[in-house]
Design a binder for this molecule. Structure first.
Ligand code: HEM
Ligand SMILES: CC(C)=CCC/C(C)=C/CC/C(C)=C/COP(=O)(O)OP(=O)(O)O
Length: 307
């Protein structure tokens, strides 16, 4: 007699849940590196909100909740952008474009982790943080992705508010209330976003033109965008002085942030006046290092120099 080779209940569950997708596809739609940097800014917001160390459980729950909701927002972005992603060189290998993750699985995953993130914040952090994070999710996943991105070259300036929110989310997670210093950290990320994105958009201009996406280099040309990158970098340098001038941060921050901004200004100046083949991409890559180090320095300054 031959034994039948059916699949076990565990295997059929896995097949129902995953289909052709692997864990890597689910991981990829969460934009993990972006979310990691967002979480760093949230963590620093939380630490700067009080003179003592924040409660470890609240901090863990806040990072988990914000991380899950930001990942959910990123997964909705993959879902809603799948048709334009398929036509752009940079994004045509994404899981939904390759068909390895179906739209139904992606929307289910995004909804599940977003609701889980909201529940974590509502149950173990506070309602203010839960609702502000939900607002950021809607701002990025719906307002930016579905409307702004396709409507105006100021898309990333306005949409940047959602990506800039995490330091405030960290702040409210610890204190339960908003504070001008938390909003100052938001202002830094908000001003940083245009040079971050437009440097990449200059490099990828043709990709965006192919799909008629009204990004600034497509609508106003590369030279104008380079001028905007330089002007926003000057503005960022000035905004970065505010934590020192308002007494929120100290000398270590002033020296560290000034050095980082001088390098950013050099990249932006070079992009405008001495551009070579890889200058736009190098400026984009530096913007990420800049923001990461800036927030680490804010943290070091807070713990080493606060009384
Ligand atoms: C509206 C605001 C923003 C726009 C339009 C934007 C746009 C982009 C784009 C198009 C990429 C390239 C992704 C790729 O290569 O697939 C990127 C990469 C990245 N962005 Fe942004 N970004 C924004 C805000 C932010 C914020 C607020 C952060 C963090 C605080 C951030 C952190 C990063 C990081 C870490 C990467 C590199 C990801 C990687 O290498 O996989 N971005 N961004
Ligand atoms: C809850 C919360 C804090 C939400 C914020 C979510 C979030 C992931 C913000 C990052 C912004 C970002 C990566 C924009 C790029 O989108 P794009 O569509 O222009 O880039 P793409 O073409 O690479 O997809």
């Amino acid at each position: 007699m031959t034994k039948s080779v059916g699949i076990s209940p565990a295997q059929s569950w896995r097949q129902w849940l995953m289909g052709e997708a692997g864990w890597r596809d689910y991981y990829q739609v969460t934009k993990p590196k972006v979310v990691m940097l967002l979480l760093l800014t949230a963590l620093v917001g939380a630490c700067l909100a009080s003179d003592s160390l924040p409660n470890a459980f609240t901090l863990f729950a806040a990072m988990l909740g914000i991380g899950l909701m930001a990942s959910g927002a990123a997964a909705y972005n993959h879902l809603l952008d799948r048709e334009i992603d398929a036509r752009m060189m940079r994004t045509r290998h994404r899981p939904l474009v390759r068909g390895e993750l179906t739209a139904l699985r992606c929307v289910s995953f995004a909804t599940l982790i977003s609701i889980a993130g909201f529940a974590v914040l509502a149950l173990w952090v506070n309602m203010l943080t839960a609702w502000l994070t939900a607002l950021s999710l809607v701002g990025y996943a719906l307002v930016y992705t579905l409307y702004l991105k396709r409507a105006t070259p100021q898309n990333i300036v306005i949409g940047g508010i959602a990506g800039a929110a995490p330091p405030l989310l960290g702040w409210t997670a610890v204190t339960g209330e908003m504070h001008a210093h938390g909003l100052l950290l938001v202002l830094i990320v908000f001003t940083w976003t245009p040079p971050h994105f437009w440097a990449l958009a200059i490099h990828r201009r043709d990709d965006y033109a192919r799909v008629n996406m009204p990004m600034l280099p497509v609508t106003h040309g590369i030279e104008f965008t380079k001028t905007c990158v330089l002007l926003y970098t000057v503005l960022l340098t000035l905004v970065c002085l505010l934590p020192y001038l308002t007494g929120m941060s100290h000398g270590l921050y002033l020296v560290g942030s000034s050095a980082l901004n001088l390098v950013f200004l050099y990249y932006a100046w070079k992009l405008k006046f001495r551009s070579e083949m890889g200058t736009a991409m190098a400026t984009f890559k530096y913007s990420i290092v800049h923001l990461m180090l800036l927030f680490i320095i804010l943290l070091a300054d807070h713990y080493l120099l606060s009384n």
